[in-house]
Structure formats: C-alpha cells, structure tokens
Design a protein around this ligand. Sequence first.
Ligand SMILES: NC(=O)c1ccc[n+]([C@@H]2O[C@H](COP(=O)([O-])OP(=O)(O)OC[C@H]3O[C@@H](n4cnc5c(N)ncnc54)[C@H](OP(=O)(O)O)[C@@H]3O)[C@@H](O)[C@H]2O)c1
Length: 275
Amino acid sequence: MNTNTQHTINNGFYNGKVVWITGASSGIGAALAVELASKGAHLVLSARRQEQLEAVLAECQSPENHMIVPLDVTRFETHASAFEAILARFSRLDTIIVNAGIGQRSSIADSDLEMERRLMDVNFFGCTSLTRTILPHFLSNRSGQIVVISSIRGFISSPRRGMYAATKHALHGYYEGLRSELFQSGVSLSIVCPGYVNTDFSIYSLTNGHSTFGQMDEEHLKAMPAKTFAKRAVRGLERQKALLLIGGWERFAPWLVRLSPGLVRWMIPRVIKTD
Ligand SMILES: NC(=O)c1ccc[n+]([C@@H]2O[C@H](COP(=O)([O-])OP(=O)(O)OC[C@H]3O[C@@H](n4cnc5c(N)ncnc54)[C@H](OP(=O)(O)O)[C@@H]3O)[C@@H](O)[C@H]2O)c1
C-alpha cells in the first residue's frame, strides 16, 4: 500500500482551479464543495436533486464562481454533454472528484440482481464512464487530477455489505490500472477511502432493487463530521497523495488485512454488527 506523495506541496493548489464533484448534493460531496470553494476553486456541482445542489451552492464561498450541472451518473449517454456544458462555461477542467455512491443493507441471500446492478452502475460505472469522458482533455493538457471516493470497504468486506464492497474493490482494480497508464502523463490520481462519516449514506442504502434502508444507523450518527472529513481529504489532495485513508479506528483495517488476513476473517463475523 503506497501512500507516498506523488508531487511536491503546492500552496494555494486549488485557487482558480475548475473542480467537478459528483454527488455534490449532500454528505461528503457537499462538504468537499464548501471546503474547496473556501480554497478559491471554481466548482461544478453535480447530482440528481437540483434543489439540494442549489442549497450547497448557497453555502459555498463566491457562489457566482460555480455552476450546477444536474446529472444522474447512471445515464451514461449524458456524460459527454455534461462535460461539454462545463467546457462551455470554464473552457477547461482541472480536477474531477467521482464521489456519487450508494450503500447496501442486505445479506447476499436477501439481495437481488437488480440491486447488484444498481450498485455497480452508480458506484463503479458512474465513476469509470465519467473518467473516460474527461480523460482525453487531461491527457492533451498533460495535467489534471482524478479523485475517486472509494471506501475502507475497498480493502475489506463484511456482512450485509458484500456487493457494496465489491463495487469499491472493483474501483481499486480499475484505477490502479489507470494509474500505471498515467505514468509520466502529468495527470495525478488519488483514491480516497473514508471510514465512517456522518452523512445520509445509510438512509439511501439499498435493501434490494426496489427499497432503501430509510434510517440513519448508529455508526454514521456517531461518525466523523463530513466537514472534518473534507478538511482532511483536501489537505491530502493538495499534496496529490496516491491513497488517503480517513476515519476513526477503522482506517487501520486495510493494514490489518495485509498483516493478518486470517485474524480479520475470524473477527469480522464475530465483531461486526449486522443491521
Ligand atoms: N458516509 C460514509 O460513512 C462513507 C464511507 C465510505 C465511503 N463513502 C462514500 O462516499 C461517497 C459519498 O457518500 P455520502 O456518505 O456523502 O452519502 P450521501 O450523503 O448519501 O451522498 C451520496 C451522493 O451521491 C449522489 N448520488 C446517488 N446516486 C446518484 C446518481 N445515480 N447520480 C448522481 N448522483 C447520485 C447523491 O445525490 P442525489 O441523490 O441528489 O443524486 C448524493 O449527493 C459514496 O461514494 C460512498 O460510497 C461514504
């Protein structure tokens, strides 16, 4: 696991940069927007719920510097036109943060294919399709920053989160491959792995293809505030870190999996609550 800095520290890294954030209508995406606006970034805020995007925009410093591009990341055919709208306003893009995602609250025995496909469409193809859309722009400019919001569950799986963990593990395989292709291209790639963060994530988590959990669970209620998460994430992203693990004790889980996989296999069904 390499958490080394890829480039040197750049003061005011985000000042004047154009940053596109998906899933910007709530939680981690909204908190990243507010933090990056305070650093002088020009933001493109995307998600499905326009009213929530307007509310986030109003919270951001210098709202006139930013734009809203409503987007359902699973409507892959709209990705190119969304990017064209951004270029029409700003003429360039410097950073993309592929953050939109949904969770899971059901055992594999109780899941259905529709839920599995939905999770993969939002959490995996929603990221990869957007990344391929903007990649030629970054490569021809020989600059740009790709930021993927994965999860600690990109390294470790657990009961009732198996498909969610699969989508995040898949991101790691894909983006580590892309990282190697970006060698000497001038384009950086950061994978950010949150532990528990206090957001609406559990409320919108899928129990099957047709229904959501609908409740805030205890882990998320007691978790790190999204604002704290965003400050830590932006600090690491300014340094273009390859990998960021941000959270409470759970951020050590990927190291434990590497050091003692047998112990982790023994512990998970005994220690992890299965709500
Ligand atoms: N909170 C945690 O503890 C935690 C831990 C590890 C990783 N993460 C990751 O962090 C990311 C953000 O989650 P969060 O905690 O901030 O949860 P959240 O508050 O529920 O935010 C999820 C965001 O994704 C957007 N989204 C969902 N489906 C979408 C779609 N089809 N098209 C476009 N946008 C869509 C939502 O916007 P609309 O509904 O308006 O479209 C919302 O803005 C996710 O990738 C998640 O896996 C979260």
